[in-house]
Each structure stands twice: as C-alpha cells, then as structure tokens.
Design a protein around this ligand. Structure first.
Ligand code: COA
Ligand code: ZN
Length: 302
C-alpha cells in the first residue's frame, strides 16, 4: 500500500526570514515556480509580521497576490497578532498559521507578548479564521526546548495544543524551533499527539541544527505523522531564537520518503533544480545532506 506524505514547503517564509540578503518579489516568485514545478502543492508563503523586525518579508501582501490561484495549492501565512491577521485577510489569504511558543521567554522575544497573552491572541485569531472560512494552522514553537528556558515539559506542550485544537485549528504544527530534540522525545510526543488529535491534524516541523533532521522526521513518520514542514536547500532559522539554524531540507525529506516507498508527489530531480535556484539567489544556501551525492551521479539533473 502506498501512503501519502504531505510536504509543506516553508522555505519562502522560515527559509527567507533569516537570510542576510533580501530577495525581490520577482525572485521569490521564480523560486516558487521551481518548487511548484517539482510537484510541491503546500506552501507557507510569507508572514504578516512587522517589516521592521523582518524586512525580508516586507512584501507579504504583494507576493501573496501574485501567487497562482489554484485549488490544488495550499498557501498559509504566518500571523503573529490580530494586526497581522487583518493584513493577511486584506491581501486575500486563504490560510493562516498562528505562532505560539511554549515558553514565556520565546513569546516575549518573538512577538512581544507573555505566554498567557499569546495563547489568547492565537485562540482569537484561529477562531476568527475558522469563522471566516480560512484554513488555520497553529504552531507550537519551542515544543521540545527553548533557547531561554531549556527543556519544554510535554505537559505544557499538550495544554497549548489542546487549546489550539479546541479553538478550531485544522493543523497543529509541533515545532522543534532550535533543532534541539532527540528521536526518543520525538517518538513520545508524536505518538501522544497522533493518539489525541489523529494524523490528519498533526504536522512536524524540524530544524537540522545538529544534523538530526531526517532522523527526527523518520521517527515521527514511524509514530504515524504524515505531514512535514521542510525548506528547500535547508534554508531557515528564526532571528529571534538564538541557535536556530536551517530547517530540515526539503530535498532530504523527499529523497528519504520517496526511497522508502511513500508517495510525496514530488520529483526529486526537479527539486534539485530548485536547490540550484535557491543557491544562486542566496549564497548562504547550504543545501541538504543529499545534495553532494545527488549531484555526483552521472544522471544528475544539472
Ligand atoms: N504587521 C505589521 N506591523 C505590525 C504588526 C503586524 N502584524 N504588528 C505590529 N506592527 C507594528 C506596530 O504598528 C508598530 O509600528 P510602529 O513602530 O511604526 O509604531 C510596531 O510594529 C511595533 O508594534 P508593537 O505592538 O509595539 O509590538 P512589538 O514591537 O512587540 O512587535 C510584532 C510585535 C509581532 C509586530 C513583532 O514582534 C514581530 O514582527 N515579530 C516577528 C516575529 C517573527 O516573524 N518571528 C519569526 C517567525 S516565528
Ligand atoms: Zn522553523
């Protein structure tokens, strides 16, 4: 039996928000099209945060409007507060992702709110989004560890996940924001999450800080997770969470899942072209672990 894996490409948001150079809207569109051509259908397109804090995504509204309107494509936009939600709505967003950190320290640093405030704001935004017919995803950032407060107790994580699901979130994105989780923690947390919420509502978001990204993704898949975030060429990281490095690379996940016989709907060789595009645009693009091997094959795409 073939099983589907959904890959949500977060490179256009998580990937670009931390880059020293700012891509033009046209460059972002060109990157989007190479990703789309490889078969990616789910995108975190941008974020509606303060352009002073994240100038890389200051063109959020314009970029969103330029994306093709196609029912087979899903776009989400990261939303930090009600102002961001209003901006997204005005730009025609059809999907949003609120970002709630599991700790006091990271909420303060990331969005200037206490944990209690951030939880209430995220609940309100998710409820509004559902009332207004949007797809709503809720990140719980620092789900395993926080750069300021150390290990996150699973009890705290599940309280927040419950609150977001009760508010109506379609998808709960459990995020190892700084790439500090180990496979045992991932197994325990995702088994519990799948039991509580069902795999249709659970997504895994890993960073590859310690090179464990694919190991963590595989562990989550074995626990039943079928929705994964990743970023082309392993771009990414949060400017407000010290120690966060790139997301697990899309090409690494796609290669792994295709190779074991899951169906991602994504063409690995075509994805290598997108890695090339990202690398040309951003010198900082390191590329996934699979890239040197893939490029050394005689039949390599380029
Ligand atoms: N979009 C655009 N501008 C916004 C905004 C939004 N969603 N929310 C607030 N602002 C503006 C305010 O109007 C204010 O503008 P001014 O300086 O011109 O008066 C400024 O941003 C500061 O707003 P304030 O309410 O005082 O909050 P803050 O300084 O604590 O900033 C955030 C709050 C959420 C806007 C800011 O922390 C932010 O953008 N964080 C980025 C989070 C992020 O992208 N993290 C990475 C992904 S997890
Ligand atoms: Zn991230």
């Amino acid at each position: 039996m073939t099983e589907r894996i959904l890959i949500n490409e977060v490179g256009l948001r998580d990937g670009l928000q931390n880059q020293p150079s700012i891509l033009s809207t046209d460059q972002k569109l060109a990157l989007f099209h190479t990703l789309r051509a490889a078969g990616i259908r789910d995108f975190e397109a941008t974020s509606f945060v303060s352009p002073k804090h994240v100038p890389q995504l200051a063109d959020a509204a314009e970029f969103l409007r330029l994306l093709p309107q196609d029912r087979s494509l899903r776009y989400t936009c990261l939303i930090p507060n009600e102002r961001g939600y209003e901006r997204a709505l005005a730009a025609g967003a059809t999907g949003i992702a609120v970002v709630l950190s599991a700790t006091e320290g990271l909420n303060q640093k990331n969005i200037g709110m206490s944990l209690v405030q951030a939880t209430e704001v995220c609940e309100r935004v998710v409820r509004r989004a559902k009332d207004e017919g949007l797809f709503a995803r809720a990140y719980i950032a620092a789900a395993f560890a926080c750069p300021f407060e150390g290990l996150t107790p699973p009890r705290v994580l599940f309280e927040l996940l419950d609150r977001m699901r009760t508010a109506g979130a379609d998808e709960l994105a459990i995020a190892d924001t700084i790439g500090a989780a180990n496979p045992r923690q991932v197994k325990d947390v995702f088994q519990e999450a799948i039991n509580r919420y069902d795999d249709s509502h659970v997504a895994a978001h890993f960073h590859d800080t310690r090179g464990l990204g694919t190991a963590l993704a595989w562990t989550a898949a074995e626990a039943g997770v079928r929705r994964f975030d990743s970023s082309i060429a392993g771009l990414g990281g949060c400017p407000f969470a010290p120690g966060a490095s790139g997301n697990v690379a899309t090409e690494d996940l796609v290669f792994m899942f295709n190779d074991v016989g899951f169906e991602t709907g994504i063409d690995f060789n075509a994805l290598l072209a997108a890695v090339g595009t990202a690398a040309t645009m951003l010198q900082a693009a390191r590329g996934g672990h699979i890239v040197p091997w893939a490029r050394s094959r005689p039949q390599a795409a380029e």
